[in-house]
Ligand binder design. Structure first.
Ligand code: ADP
Length: 463
């Protein structure tokens, strides 16, 4: 069975307070009782001595007489205090005896004390015992006194009242602490769980696709603030991702629409006999199909690069032969446009994924060819610094408008759309280049001027 955090927190606080109260009460009771009974036992011995010495004072040596009125007064006073006194003279003759003086009162006092003590302290199993003390005056024995009281100790009514009120105070403190702990525990648990519940609500909404949700909950708990912060961060990331996903779907749809519309209208016209299916028209259809195929192929490579599966297989490689082979593979295009291609440098050591870096060179070089007019120049140049290596490809082709430079690495972005339809670009080539370079921990930058040409620089870290 699961319990709410609030219930658990309240219960924990309550258990802690209950335990604390129980321990404090037990220790307080134990120590107070022990100290108190020690004190009472000592007091009683002292009292017996005081009674003994007060009675001794009542003998007058010269007259050999006892002041019996005072002996009686002291005896009665002691009786009310719980001390049953018997006084003998030096010939062992009874002078005063509490029991024979007032048997009933004696019995009642003894019974009261015994009952009270048996109820309150059953464990001590006490009883009335009498002790004899000799009555002395200036070192001479003048008689004997027998004092009987409830041992090992007893409490009179006032002392019982004192102990009872002490217990009541302790109990009240315990009860008040308990009540306060219940209230404080409840408030505390509510303060902690409130932001958590709000966060749960928000995450549910996010899970339902409502990414605009933001938590404004402020708490004075660091961890809760961190939780709220990460939920908001998560919502922002999901919102961005969702926007990107929508944008991508729109872009793909947009990119596919043009060739498909062209294909559809051509084929319709030809099937309905409006147009004759001439080799030129079929060639146009074929080019559109190739265009769609290229777009799908580029998207596939991009998806692979952007997915988590982009694992680089880095090795020590020389970039020079890669560039030479790439230039060779474009021999017919170079020939057609009568381009002049130069490679400056004879080798460049790299720690990179050879196939991916080859794709970077191919994409950049094919762009340089695509966007160069006849008789233009394209050059490769390698460079090396203390902790990086790299190369640049420079052409003196059509160039890129300044205002479009920041966007050319974005997916589907093509500067001068009408021109690019003719060159057959999809706007994905540079996005792929950037992903590969960044996966290597490198950078790509571009400088370009309209009608003067472009220079793409790739910088890779040495290790
Ligand atoms: P595309 O398939 O259209 O070539 P890219 O992502 O490779 O897509 O390039 C994006 C855009 O950047 C191109 O459409 C083009 O306008 C511009 N561009 C890229 N390379 C060059 C270059 N060497 N010279 C001029 N423009 C270029």
């Amino acid at each position: 069975m699961k319990h709410s955090l609030k219930a658990k927190l309240s219960a924990t606080i309550l258990v802690i307070v209950l335990l604390t109260i129980a321990i404090i009460s037990f220790l307080a009771n134990f120590f107070i009782n022990r100290q108190f009974t020690d004190y009472i036992t000592k007091q009683q011995e002292l009292k017996a001595q005081i009674i003994t010495s007060s009675i001794s004072q009542q003998y007058t040596k010269f007259t050999n007489q006892w002041n019996l009125d005072y002996v009686h007064a002291i005896g009665m006073f002691s009786l009310y205090e719980g001390y049953i006194v018997k006084v003998y003279d030096k010939d062992n003759v009874i002078l005063w005896d509490a029991q024979s003086h007032d048997m009933k009162l004696c019995n009642q006092i003894m019974e009261d004390i015994s009952n009270r003590m048996r109820i309150e302290y059953p464990q001590i199993e006490g009883e009335f015992t009498s002790t004899d003390y000799s009555l002395e005056q200036n070192g001479t024995t003048v008689g004997k006194i027998s004092i009987s009281y409830f041992g090992p100790f007893f409490l009179n009514e006032n002392e019982f009242k004192f102990l009872h009120s002490l217990n009541t105070i302790l109990f009240s403190i315990g009860f008040i602490s308990l009540a306060v702990s219940v209230i404080v525990g409840h408030i505390l648990a509510k303060r902690i769980t409130h932001p958590i519940l709000k966060t749960v609500e928000a995450t549910k909404q996010i899970a339902d696709g409502n990414y605009e949700v933001r938590l404004v909950e402020e708490s004075n708990t660091m961890e809760l603030d961190m939780l709220v912060g990460s939920i908001n961060h998560l919502a922002v990331s999901l919102e961005t991702l969702e926007k990107l996903r929508k944008q991508l779907t729109e872009d793909v749809a947009h990119e596919l629409r043009t060739p498909i519309t062209i294909l559809q209208s051509y084929i319709e016209a030809m099937t309905e006999g409006i147009w004759e299916a001439s080799p030129e028209r079929l060639q146009s259809c074929y080019e559109e199909v190739i265009r769609i195929g290229k777009l799908v192929g580029d998207l596939e490579s991009l998806a692979k690069l952007e997915g988590e599966n982009l694992k680089l297989n880095k090795t020590h490689m020389d970039l020079y032969p890669v560039v030479v082979k790439t230039v060779d593979s474009f021999a017919s295009e170079i020939e057609n446009k009568k381009l002049e291609v130069t490679i400056k440098g004879s080798h460049l050591e790299l720690m990179a994924d050879q196939d991916r870096i080859k794709q970077v060179v191919v994409n950049l070089f094919s762009n340089a060819i695509k966007y160069s007019k006849d008789n233009c120049k394209i050059s490769f140049e390698f460079f090396e610094t203390k902790d990086s290596t790299g190369f640049f490809i420079k052409d003196n082709g059509v160039g890129i408008p300044k205002e479009e430079l920041p966007y050319i690495f974005e997916r589907f972005y093509r500067a001068d759309k009408s021109r690019n339809r003719l060159t057959g670009g999809t706007g994905i080539g540079l996005t792929i280049v950037k992903s590969i370079v960044e996966a290597h921990g490198g950078r790509i930058s571009v400088e370009s001027n309209m009608n003067e040409g472009s220079k793409f620089t790739v910088t890779l870290p040495k290790e």
